[in-house]
Design a protein around this ligand. Sequence first.
Ligand code: 4AZ
Length: 671
Amino acid sequence: MIVFCVIVLLLPVCGSVPLTGWVQSPGHPRGYDPDSSLTWKECAPTGHKITLTLIHLDLEESFECEDDSLKVFADDELLITLCGRKSMKELQSSINPSLHSSSGGCLSVSFLADYSNPERHTGFRGFYGIQDVDECEDPDNECTQLCNNYIGGYRCFCRPGYTLDPDKHTCQVSCSEDRTGSPEGVLTSPGRPEPYPKNSVCSYTLAVEEGLQFELTFTGVFDVEMKENGQCIDSLTIKPLSGDVKTFCGRDLPPFFLTRSQQVEIVFNTDHKGENRGFSLSYRVKEMNCFGPVTPTSSLISQHSDSEYPRGSKVKVKCDKGHVLRSNDSAEVEYESTCQKNGKWSPVIPCESVDCGHPELPELVELSEKDPPTTYLKQISFKCKSQYYQLDKTGSFTCNAEGNWVSESGQKLTEDLPKCEPVCGMNSDVSFGGRVFGGKRVALGQIPWQILHKSSPRGGASLISDYWALTAAHVVDGYEENTMNWLGGLIDGLDKNPVIMETEKIIIHPNYQKVGKNGNPNKFDNDIALIKMSARVTLGPNIRPVCLPNKTDEIVAEGTVSGFGRTEDKLRSQYLLEGLVQIYSLDKCDSRGLPVTHNMFCAGGDNIDSCQGDSGGPLFSPVLGYGSPDKPYRLAGIVSWGPPGCGNSFKGYYTKVQNYLDWIKETMEKN
Ligand code: 4AZ
């Protein structure tokens, strides 16, 4: 009973697991029978292992022990397979040392004899036991300092001056200190001048009453472990109650330092390796002064903005250029401030950046960026909301100190707002084949400036902006200003969904006159009129303006004429037709005696002519299909009149648009 209790005290597991015992093959030592077998397994308690010592082995020898075999497993993994005969010496030297389980693991044996036994074999015998595992021998035991093994476990412990971390493995220096109220002193890394300890976190608190601060001076060698790339491995961090946190490491002595705060925490952190000599830091209380500037975007009037001021000092603060006081009166930029006992200025009124705000923009113009910053020196630029428009001028505007957006040349945005103007002379280029007199069918979007007045009289016009169109005066003569409807965006006169435009103004050229013998009303001089639509025409791929000619360009040699007018066989064309015509000087055309003026030119093609119903429509160049952004389509002429009959050897007469550029410009500006 006494013996049992002693064992119980030494090894709490001894009651349940036998300490030692024998394991042997069936029939040992007489010999085992064919087909005999044995399995055996023992497990160790925590901190222990099971060992097996074979003292005898005599099994039938076979290739890879495939006949009879003894297999030993540790934690279900095969350690060794044995057969044949082995001497005690052999067993002790090369087999037994490996026959043990892991700490807390199991060891098992499986013996198997096959059906035949040509000669008698005595089998095997071994004894097993439980052994304590020395975890301290294990290099992976994770004790950072000292290790103590005991039966069934191990314990880490620390050298004097260190405490064991709650993780039970790490030794830490007990180095934290609260020096509240201490006006001066020295802080050093633990163990200085020896290398500082590993795995430590030292936190030192310095604190004094309000109105005071600390002056920190590093002395002697500074050596805190740092990576080659400058990153800190160990670190010394200075955390004032208010203000910037600073972290130091490496070998450069940190500079003299004022905390600007009545309390500061100094934290020294080290990792698990390295031999470095640490730091020495002396501290001294100093009166807290105020520092300029009072706010980041201000300066002091007639004083140095970045010096120190004793308590009670009064300074005049002025906001930097482009900044104003955050107060009701936004124009204010100056105020007086006094240095308080706590080293802080009072009052402190922030100087805020002037904000130019989002400018009010004309219709169709928008900011290039969605919600750009609009404060002092920020830049904005513009774009058009639609691809069918372009800005009349490029460049960006900058928010100036007075709160105005100004261009690079200094012009105020409000005085010169950018405008979006329709891109002229561009079509949606699609090649189209098909069959004015001798004309070809036009595809949708090919002549997007062509618009149509369907009847009384049937006639054409050309959009020259998103409000204005040009036509022949004789087409609109007699109409009340707002009684005409024009159709656009169509190539089929019977299109059910054309763009309908209503006229707001019809302005016939003041010198327009019908001329002709016997009051024949079909020949005209100054046959040109401007129509203003009552609403902005929504431009798109099929409805866009044509460009006007340049004032100084030579009259072009050829162009395309288009319209919904009379064809060889029909009084009116359902579809928009176009044809290529050559342009001639007036003396090359036969007007059949009818009077001509230099406000006209004549043109015609190979059996191609404009005719009744085409009047007012465009003659433009380059010829359809040859326009490009560098060479936009320009309106050279307006279909006007011709000698009787169309498509014969007589040419058609067109109003020469180039002669009316000033009138067009002035009229559009005035209306
Ligand atoms: C017309 O009566 C008309 N061949 C238009 C053009 C031409 C002739 C007549 C040119 O509207």
